[in-house]
Design a protein around this ligand. Structure first.
Ligand code: FDA
Length: 301
């Protein structure tokens, strides 16, 4: 792990800066990768994506939730978001981080909150993705997913290619709609691959395994080498293009996403809300070149 990556991950975990950022306002280029701080701004961005043939998965941002009240409030806001997209007939679904709705407070309490969200989403026929956070949260997230799936089909999660256990998890989740990613957190070498080459090779292996299975797969990456290899494999194996899609983060490689939309389903991951700071810092940690967003943002203000 490079110094720059550790630096931005440390910044993303800094509570003081997180709360300070809200006060400083929507600055430092974050507006290029976060679709505003409220529902009207987010809806305008998503409408523009839809007009370009791009679907959306919407993440109402929230970090460092420590009280039950904050977690319940977050769940209520997520429900408000899903009701808004349903009423507007928007082509979108939801992405939810379980820590935002109480995973670190109490697992049963978190389950009650996500149950409330998924039940409402089910009534509106909207899919809910449980984003995957760091390794400590993986098993609790999978346990909650399995409990939800006893009642609802429209809920899935994320598999992170850097984890050694992911191939087994993929097999166990073969009937579930999944998003495959490289993995965004700093994990211990006992559980996660550390080299880019190993992670990329495993990512491609998991993509191929998954494309051979019937359930829907979202290949979430900005890496054109991986995208090209996935397309080549799908073509070679005659895998129908309605069985998978490509996902990218809002504001990243939009031209490539638009290009892919001519032949494939594509979805943009659209974060919004006042709690944008931690999300923004994690994106800088992933790719220091994203600092250009900061520089351009600062200059263009
Ligand atoms: P990576 O950053 O490794 O880049 C590989 C190569 O691709 C680069 O060397 C460059 O050639 C090219 N490239 C990448 N970005 C570029 C750019 N902006 N412009 C030009 N070229 C570029 N993680 C997680 O742990 N849990 C989760 O739930 C999610 N969810 C999620 C949803 C979506 C839609 C996405 C896209 C990603 C996630 N992630 C995630 C994050 C994921 O794990 C990973 O950290 C990032 O996507 C970065 O890895 P990439 O695969 O995009 O390529």
């Amino acid at each position: 792990m490079g110094i720059t990556r550790s630096f931005f991950i440390a910044l993303s975990n800094n509570r003081l800066l997180n709360s300070g950022a809200k006060k400083w306002g929507f600055q430092l280029g974050a507006a290029k990768v976060v679709a505003g701080t409220d529902i009207p701004n987010m809806m305008a961005s998503v409408q523009e994506l839809n007009d370009n043939g791009i679907s959306a998965t919407i993440d109402r941002l929230g970090e460092f939730v420590t009280s039950r009240k904050e977690a319940q409030q977050a769940a209520t806001e997520i429900i408000e978001t899903l009701q808004t997209i349903s009423t507007a007939g928007t082509d979108a679904h939801l992405s939810v981080k379980l820590t935002q709705i109480g995973l670190d407070i109490d697992q049963q309490f978190c389950f009650e909150n996500i149950h409330r969200i998924v039940k409402e989403a089910d009534e509106h026929n909207i899919f809910v993705n449980l984003d995957m956070e760091n390794y400590d949260r993986l098993q609790p997230t999978l346990d909650i997913l399995h409990a939800l799936r006893k009642e609802f089909d429209g809920v899935g999660t994320v598999i992170q290619a850097y984890l050694y256990r992911s191939e087994k998890d993929l097999e166990a989740l073969k009937d579930v709609r999944l998003r495959l990613v490289k993995g965004a957190y700093q994990e211990h070498e006992e559980v996660a691959m550390q080299s880019i080459e190993d992670i990329d090779a495993n990512f491609l292996k998991l993509i191929k395994l998954r494309l051979d299975q019937p359930a829907f797969t979202s290949i979430a990456t900005h890496d054109h080498h991986i995208i090209d290899a996935a397309i080549a494999y799908a073509d070679e194996q005659g895998i129908p293009s309605d069985r998978f899609e490509f996902q990218m983060l809002y504001g990243f490689r939009t031209d490539l996403l638009k290009k892919l939309s001519a032949d494939y389903q594509v979805t943009s991951y659209v974060p919004f809300g006042e709690d944008w700071y931690g999300y923004f810092m994690r994106r800088l940690a992933e790719r220091p070149q994203n600092l250009q967003l900061v520089i351009k943002g600062a200059v263009s203000k």
